[in-house]
Design a protein around this ligand. Structure first.
Ligand SMILES: C[S@@+](CC[C@H](N)C(=O)[O-])C[C@H]1O[C@@H](n2cnc3c(N)ncnc32)[C@H](O)[C@@H]1O
Length: 328
């Protein structure tokens, strides 16, 4: 890394997906937990919900974009050996992973060329869009949106005014009170590109995010390393992530054959898709006496479900669902 000052979008991309980028050298699970890995029992619960969604829409194939080292795919494989599985990430497949196919992606908003014409497929992008780099912008004293530049130590300076499509995005999606923000257009384009790879099925992006009604005033760009949140420094030593403007995602998707995106919270989605009683309902006590092993399993399951539906935690994650129907 040199001392160049560059836009956040460029610095972010180099830091995560450059030759020695963070995601080329580090497994996500070594640095942070997600609902797909790292929450005890969480991966199974999430896999059950995603498989239920796939079955609801007649999907026979599941593609996991940004699948890390295939942790979630292992849960899906255990649940439904008949589903055809594809993993996509920026590194080669782990040798012991049982999937039909694995594609290596360039990273960020760029998907592999070989991912196309997917039929009867559920495409999952679990915590992918938050690591798609985007420009960061700040309003100056005159209210003009300016690109934020950064050096390899994370020192920032205000750059030239935003122009063109990025400025258009800021005007459409950032309310007056927002002073600094990540410009989500790159995520909109990445999501639209993903949807365009599907001929029939469902695209499901799951991520932490915000909408016009709760857009953060100062942006959310941050770093993670070794299980801890750290300052966002684009030197390849940490993950760099920012919440996703989920309401703008649907604006970029192709209309032909594609319904508008549906937005729902993870806690709503899991309650809709899983057969479990509400997470707050107690496990019946008499089960402890009659079937102690089943009682313990039910407690563990209830704990996992509670974690994945928790307010202020994964329960607040957004599920962005795009149904893609074959052209009439
Ligand atoms: C935040 S991690 C999430 C991992 C996993 N889905 C989970 O929830 O635990 C983001 C993952 O997306 C991968 N990634 C980034 N850009 C990608 C792309 N264009 N195509 C496929 N994977 C990508 C990264 O390498 C990383 O493994």
């Amino acid at each position: 890394m040199d001392g160049r000052v560059q836009t956040w979008e460029r610095a972010w991309r180099d830091a995560l997906y450059g030759q020695e980028g963070f995601y080329r050298l580090h497994a996500p699970a070594s640095h942070f937990a997600t609902s797909a890995q790292g929450v005890p029992g969480g991966g199974e619960v999430l896999a059950q919900a995603v498989v239920a969604l796939a079955r609801r829409h007649g999907c026979t194939r599941l593609v996991d974009v940004g699948c890390g080292r295939g942790e979630f795919l292992r849960h899906v494989r255990d649940l439904d050996p008949a589903l055809r599985l594809t993993g996509v990430d920026v590194v080669p497949a782990p040798p012991d992973l049982d999937v039909h196919e694995w594609l290596v992606a360039p990273g960020g908003g760029s998907l592999p060329h070989d991912l196309h014409d997917l039929e009867d497929t559920l495409v999952l992008a679990h915590e992918w869009l938050d690591v798609v780099p985007c420009p960061v912008a700040t309003r100056d004293g005159q209210g003009v949106w300016r690109t934020v530049r950064v050096d390899h130590r994370g020192r920032e300076t205000a750059g030239p005014p935003l122009v063109g499509a990025d400025l258009g995005w800021a005007r459409t999606w950032l309310p007056e009170e927002v002073e600094r923000a990540e410009i989500g257009r790159t995520r909109d384009l990445a999501f639209a590109d993903l949807v365009s790879r599907v001929r029939s099925g469902v695209v499901l992006a799951v991520d932490y995010g915000h909408t016009l009604t709760d857009r953060p005033r100062h942006g959310t760009l941050t770093g993670f390393r070794g299980g801890r949140e750290v300052p966002a420094v684009p030197d390849g030593s940490c993950d760099l992530t920012a919440h996703v403007a989920v309401d703008s995602l649907g604006a970029g998707t192709p209309r032909g054959g594609t319904d508008a995106c549906r937005l729902l919270l993870q806690r709503e989605a899991l309650i809709d898709l899983l057969p479990d009683p509400p997470p707050a309902a107690p496990v019946p006590h008499e089960l402890a006496r009659l079937e102690p092993a089943a009682y313990l399993a039910a407690l563990a399951r209830r704990g996992a479900l509670a974690a994945l539906t928790a307010r202020g935690g994964p329960g607040d994650f957004w599920w962005v669902v795009a149904l893609v129907r074959p052209d009439a």
